[in-house]
Design a protein around this ligand. Structure first.
Ligand code: GLA
Length: 410
């Protein structure tokens, strides 16, 4: 009886202090139950009479459990997610929609938790960095395929496709390409190195890599047509065509893409379009890759729709090749936690973007995320170093975010 007394006191004091009353009521119910059991264990008739009381006590206990405010609200989405095995690729099927891809470093292949998440959701893999020139041919004539091969083997062992990224870019490219001893290399030498690199790499992955980002980010952000990269200043626009020719010759079955960011911006879009027209006239390009490094408010639906319509009108396939949705809309936004407000904005942005992709499913053949989960993203250090970002569908614990449930809900 002492315990019952303590329990009642506990309830009163919690009630008074706005504490966890329900928990105390539950404890009281349990204690009362066992106390009564002890007292009336012998006379069965009495037990029968007390049955009604037990039911009342149990009801109080159950009621207390269900009204316990300290227990987390039931998240039906998460409950269902845990009980099922479907992932993104099962909602966006290849037959009806498009491939769902993810860019990864080779270390992910050794992390079983990440492997499980990748296998559940994705059917296409991109090497985040390991097929770039500086990874594959850091010094002239010395190719190193170890990391890239590891990623490709993982994809093949798990029935996933591989997008090759990228054969010719102005970043992550070794300086020796543009040098001849201490002098600048001639156009001929640079183009010859470009052809050698592309032929070697595409041949190496022939039959394993189904698509290549052949040239990445060649268009200027400002008023010029082409970016004033080393490639361009030495070779003019010829390097773009030479790159595509070498890739086409090395693997006629590979799907060849031009890839760029801000490809929805009307000025840049139109410059890209003109380049694609020229490439297509020579049967050198098959697809347009929009990187899709977007944010919670940009781009607008009309920018996306206009761009997709324009690229689609060329009869090329379209892929979103590097999707992430930054929670910051400007370089001056201060570092923030992943607040409910940001989560809500990001959820609605992802919803908008995927609605557009679904509307263009006839032209879109793949959507690849630039990263798996918020625990590892290049945006933590770009464009602002040390500013934590949360741009993906899975959180830092690899759990699906509301944005995930938003885009699969159609
Ligand atoms: C560009 C490149 C990618 C990657 C991202 C940043 O979009 O195409 O390969 O380097 O920048 O990580």
């Amino acid at each position: 009886m002492k315990r019952l007394h303590i329990r009642i006191q506990d309830i009163i004091s919690r009630w008074y202090n706005r504490g966890n009353v329900a928990q105390s009521v539950r404890r009281l119910a349990a204690d009362t139950f066992f106390s009564l059991l002890k007292i009336i264990v012998k006379p069965m008739t009495l037990i029968a009479r007390m049955k009604k009381l037990w039911i009342i006590l149990l009801a109080i206990s159950c009621g207390a459990m269900s009204c316990d405010k300290d227990e987390p609200p039931v998240d039906k989405n998460m409950d269902e997610y845990k009980l099922t095995t479907e992932g993104l690729k099962d909602f966006f099927t290849q037959a009806e929609y498009f491939d769902i891809g993810v860019a990864i470093p080779p270390s992910f292949v050794d992390n079983q938790v990440k492997v499980n998440l990748i296998k559940r959701h994705f059917n296409s893999i991109t090497a985040e960095n390991d097929m770039k020139w500086s990874s594959l041919q850091p010094t002239e004539g010395t190719f190193n395929f170890t990391n890239a091969d590891k990623i490709v083997a993982f994809a093949q062992n798990n029935g996933m496709k591989v997008r090759g990224h990228c054969l010719c870019w102005h970043n992550q490219v070794p300086s020796w390409i543009f040098k001849d001893g201490t002098a600048d290399a001639s156009k001929e030498l640079v183009l010859q190195r470009l052809r050698t690199h592309i032929t070697t790499v595409v041949n190496h992955f022939k039959g394993k890599v189904y698509a290549w980002d052949v040239v990445n980010e060649a268009i200027d952000d400002g008023s010029s047509t082409y970016r004033a990269s080393k490639w361009y200043t030495i070779c003019g626009e010829d390097y773009i065509f030479e790159a595509f020719k070498a890739a086409r010759e090395a693997d006629p079955d590979a799907v060849l893409f031009y890839n760029d960011y801000t490809a929805i911006d009307p000025t840049k879009r139109d410059k890209i379009y003109d380049l694609l027209v020229k490439l297509k006239a020579q049967n050198l390009v098959d697809g347009m890759g929009l990187q899709g490094h977007w944010n919670i408010s940009y781009p607008s639906n009309s920018l996306i729709n206009d761009a997709l319509n324009k690229y689609k009108s060329l009869g090329l396939q379209i892929q979103i090749t590097e999707m992430d949705v930054s929670v910051y809309t400007s370089n001056s936004d201060p570092k923030s936690a992943y607040t409910a407000d940001l989560a809500q904005k990001q959820t609605s942005a992802f919803g908008r973007y995927f609605l557009a992709f679904r509307n263009f499913k006839e032209a879109i053949t793949g959507v690849t995320f630039w990263g798996l989960a918020d625990d590892y993203t290049w945006l933590d250090n770009f464009p602002v170093a040390g500013r934590k970002n949360y741009p993906l569908l899975f959180d830092e614990n690899l759990n699906p975010k509301p944005a995930y449930f938003e885009i699969i809900d159609f």
